[in-house]
Every structure is written in C-alpha cells, then in structure tokens.
Ligand binder design. Structure first.
Ligand code: CMC
Length: 391
C-alpha cells in the first residue's frame, strides 16, 4: 500500500488530461475551450456551445447549420419508449425517469452502443443530443399529467425544448424571447464544469467501454444528488421553507453552522471555487433581469438575497470560503419560467449533456485506460471460516 496515494473524495487527484474546460478556483475563472464564460454567456448560444465543447472550435455559419441539421435528424423517440414512460407512477421523480429512459435508448439504438471511430462517436453524440430534450420534456409532462409532445423542426434547439415542455394540445404556444434567452443562458452556464462528480462518473463508466447512453444515464444518477445538481431543487425547497417560517434567515444560518444538524445551506460552497463561482455572478444578474422583464415580484428572491448577505458576513462561511454557487439563484429563474421544482435538476442535465458527451469522446479518443482506483484496506486480518453452528 506504500505506493497508494490516499485521497478520499479525489480532492487532489488529477485523473485525466483534458482540453475542454479550464477552471481556476482561486480566481473564480471558467473557460470553455479557452473562451471566458462571461463572454460565452453574453454572446454565444447553447447550440454553438454544444459544438464548441464537442469539436473544440467555434463553428462557422455553415458548420453550425449542418450541426443543427444533424441533431434535428434524431429529435424523435420511438413510441416503444412511451410504454416505459407509461409504466412509471406520475409521482416518480423526473431524474429517475430520465436516467432510466436514457439507459433504455441503448436498446433501441444498438448501433450507437459499441462505437469506436470518430464518425460513429459523433453519430451517437448527435443522436443523444436530439433525443434528450424529448425525454426530458416527457418526464415533466408525465408529472403534470399532460400528453407527451413531439419535436417541431421549424424551431431552434432551445425553442424546441421549450415547445416540448410547454405546448398544450389545441393551444398556441407563445415563444417569449425573454424566456428563450434566459433558458439559453442557463443551459450555457451548465454546459461543462471539468471533472465534477457526474462528469467523472460518465468517464468512469465509459472507461470500461460501456456505451454512451449507459455512461450518460449513470451521470444523470450522479447529478441527481443534493450535494451536486440536486442542490437547485433543494435551494428552492429551502427558500420556501424559510418563507413559510416567517423569513427567519438567521435561524437557517445557525442550523447550517450546527455540526450536530445535517442541514447545510443549499446552493453554498464548492469543492473548487474558494473565492466566488463565476456562474453564480452571471445568474444573479440574469435572475434580476428576467424577473423584472417578466414583471414578476417573487418574495423568494428577497429571501435569497437576505440569506446571501447574512452568510457572506458570517465568520463561519467567511472562514471556510463558502460562497453562493451556480445552484443558488438558478431555481428562482426556473420558477419564473414556470418550470416545476422537481424538474430543476433535469434542466441542469439538459445543459450538462454536451459537456458529458465531449468528456466521454475525449476520453475514448485519447485511449484513457479503464478507471480503477485503489483503497487502503482497514478490515479484519485473514481469519478462518467458522461454521454457522459455531458462531
Ligand atoms: N453549509 C454549511 N457548511 C458547509 C457548506 C454548506 N453549504 N458547505 C461546506 N460547509 C462546511 C463543511 O461542513 C466543512 O466544515 P468543517 O471544515 O468545519 O468540517 C467545510 O465547509 C468544508 O466543506 P466540505 O464538505 O469538506 O467541502 P466539499 O468540497 O467536500 O463539499 C460541497 C463541497 C459543494 C458538496 C458542499 O459545499 C455542499 O454540501 N454544499 C451544499 C450543496 C450544494 O450547494 N451543492 C452544489 C454544488 S455546485 C453545483 C454542482 O456541483 O452541481
């Protein structure tokens, strides 16, 4: 065991080389393929970011058009999957349904499973990029008791996702540019974040050469947890609870500081960012703008700001470098867009999908060996088996 580096939680382990995303936790810097997240969020679009992450460069107009076409070719899902969806209770959590439906895609798209050449990997990638928003929308429609919806090829990727989520039979759907822009920005801000828990999961599962859909399904499960992507749902539930409790922010700060209480301030803290989370900065401004433009006055936003201010002035949070992360304000925007709380982490997954796929592709293209950490054994020394009658 002398040669094994002990690093629980992989806090200091670099498990791969990557050219995709750069993150500097001290400086609060995040770059996609070298481009600062601030510029990307302001000037780019989610589809362009998907291309950038997968291919390494920003597309020309012709390349972007072709990419959109490639994705649109696969933006339907076989009716057989509806039977699987139907079998879930409507109370099922959308993340559980999404993980299962994504895994089930392997059965219906066997050619995407054992892929090795760059062309085949690209085809698997656009297949999933096309089908994923459809599946994500179905989980919301199932929970709401709405009939499932199908893609509209006239619409762009994000507009189509919105249409998939919200179009009701027999009714027109207004595509409000404020809402579509907000959604686009949120998806961009979630698109990749180097070796976080779900991305590492996608790489680890994919390193055994399990297929893309199985690897992404595992990533969805990892994202679901409240310490990771599930935090966005947990933040809104926390803010609702504080509101119901008379807006008593201090009480919840004290709970978060109490080491005998499992409660943590959701949407606060980050493994890598020890100064600020640049995504949270952008989202906070976007949140103010979106609510103003939509004419929404949500008291939850006031509670969030009060909680943030109080935490940033508190020695416990200051001394541990705990700042609001990407999940702190995103839920307030999702809520303003009429997205149910249980769907927040699904929205995160739709945003993170291109990052997961890019990391999976990079891992396969660079022939990364199978992931297989070691351990420090702390169990019993060797001993003789005891017959059951003698125990
Ligand atoms: N509330 C109260 N105390 C906290 C919090 C929090 N949100 N986060 C960290 N701490 C404390 C923790 O108790 C520990 O204190 P001590 O040194 O006294 O034992 C110290 O700060 C360091 O925390 P840690 O748990 O060792 O840090 P970590 O890097 O293992 O965990 C984290 C990072 C994000 C899991 C954690 O900060 C957390 O649980 N935050 C709340 C959940 C959350 O918002 N997650 C979303 C993360 S960002 C987006 C994403 O990944 O999806």
């Amino acid at each position: 065991t002398g040669l094994i580096t002990f690093d629980p939680g992989y806090k200091n382990t670099g498990a791969c080389e990557s050219k995709i995303t750069f993150l500097d936790g001290e400086e609060g810097k995040l770059l996609y393929r070298g481009y600062p997240i601030e510029q990307i969020a302001e000037k780019s679009s989610f589809v362009e970011v998907m291309y950038l992450l997968l291919k390494g460069e920003l597309p020309t107009q012709a390349e972007l058009d072709q990419f959109n076409k490639d994705i649109a070719e696969y933006n339907y899902v076989t009716e057989d999957l509806v039977k699987i969806l139907d079998a879930f209770p409507s109370s099922a959590h959308p993340m559980g349904m999404l993980s299962s439906l994504t895994s089930a895609l392997s059965a219906f798209n066997p050619k995407c499973v054992n892929v090795h050449s760059p062309d085949d990997m690209y085809k698997a990638a656009v297949t999933l990029l096309g089908k994923f928003p459809v599946l994500a929308s179905w989980t919301q429609r199932k929970s709401k008791g709405l009939p499932i919806n199908y893609s509209n090829d006239e619409l762009g990727y994000v507009e189509n996702f919105y249409h998939l989520l919200f179009k009701k039979p027999g009714k027109d759907l207004e595509l409000n540019p404020v809402i579509i822009d907000a959604l686009d920005k949120l998806l961009i801000l979630h698109a990749d974040h180097e070796q976080n828990c779900s991305t590492s999961t996608v790489r680890l599962v994919g390193s055994s050469h399990a297929g893309l859909f199985a690897s992404i399904s595992a990533g969805i499960s990892a994202l679901w947890g409240p310490l990771h992507g599930g935090a966005n749902q947990a933040v809104l539930e926390m803010l609702d609870a504080i509101q119901a409790d008379g807006g008593n922010v201090e009480k919840y700060l004290e709970k978060a500081k109490d080491k005998n209480d499992p409660f943590r301030l959701m949407g606060f803290g980050h493994r890598v960012y020890k100064n600020f989370d640049p995504r949270a900065k952008i989202i906070k401004v976007a949140c103010d703008n979106v609510l103003e433009q939509l004419g929404i006055n949500d008291p939850i936003l006031d509670i969030a700001k009060k909680l943030e201010r109080a935490a940033l002035e508190d020695d416990y949070f200051k001394s541990r470098n705990l700042y609001p992360n990407v999940d702190f304000y995103s839920g307030i925007i999702y809520k303003a867009l009429d997205i149910p709380t249980e769907m927040f982490t699904v929205m995160f997954a739709v945003g993170r999908l291109p990052g997961w796929i890019a990391q999976w592709m990079e891992m396969r293209e660079t022939n990364q060996p199978i992931g297989r950490p070691r351990q420090l054994y702390t169990g019993s020394p060797a001993r003789d088996y005891v017959e059951i009658s003698k125990r």
